[in-house]
Design a protein around this ligand. Structure first.
Ligand SMILES: Cc1cc2nc3c(=O)[nH]c(=O)nc-3n(C[C@H](O)[C@H](O)[C@H](O)COP(=O)(O)O)c2cc1C
Length: 171
């Protein structure tokens, strides 16, 4: 399978998860790249797309990338966020991302990612951001080794799922 791991990152958290996923893809024909460096998304069987949650949703730059994916590809989404993993926000952001993709989405993964204290302090003064910014205080050590292990487990499961689709089994 020809696999692309595409990510958008501002402060490096999502890149760490992207690298862990890339590492877990073993001997597949794989490429790891920031979204902004990818001109052509054609020709990949499977595309992992990662982004940080920004303002409760998908950053604009990642939105335009997700919209460009051809319907024939298979897609897996991943995201990092300051808020708790179990909360509604990461789910909503992933749902928004699914809505932008024309291709089949095989699964998604999210984990927490630390936010600089200066940014948290500033956002705590803005009512619309206060709730997640307060939660983000405890995300500083993330993504940690356990998050990256989870991401790799997710990636391996996605590969199994993609391979089980007719057409990939003989490649
Ligand atoms: C401008 C901005 C907006 C953010 N908005 C949210 C948000 O709405 N919800 C949330 O849980 N985290 C939010 N975060 C935290 C990031 O999603 C989190 O730190 C993420 O891991 C950053 O990923 P990156 O290092 O790849 O850029 C925001 C961070 C920034 C800088």
């Amino acid at each position: 399978m020809k696999i692309l791991v595409a990510y958008y990152t501002k402060t490096g958290n999502t890149k760490k998860v992207a690298e862990a996923i890339y590492e877990a893809l073993d001997k597949n024909d794989k490429t790891l790249k920031p979204m902004k460096e990818i001109e052509d998304v054609q020709g990949y069987d499977l595309i992992f797309c990662g982004f940080p949650v920004h303002a409760h949703s998908v950053p604009v730059a990642a939105q335009s990338f997700l919209k460009k994916i051809q319907p024939e590809a298979k897609v897996a989404l991943f995201s990092t966020h300051g808020s708790q993993r179990e909360g509604q926000m990461p789910k909503e952001a992933i749902n928004n991302a699914v809505g932008l993709v024309k291709a089949e989405v095989l699964g998604s993964f999210t984990c927490r990612g630390g936010v600089e204290q200066e940014i948290i302090d500033e956002l705590m003064n803005r009512p619309e951001h206060r709730a997640w910014a307060a939660e983000a205080q405890s995300a500083k050590s993330h993504p940690d080794r356990a998050d990256l292990d989870d991401a790799q487990f997710f990636a391996k499961n996605i590969i199994k799922k993609a391979l089980s689709f007719e057409g990939y089994t003989k490649k």
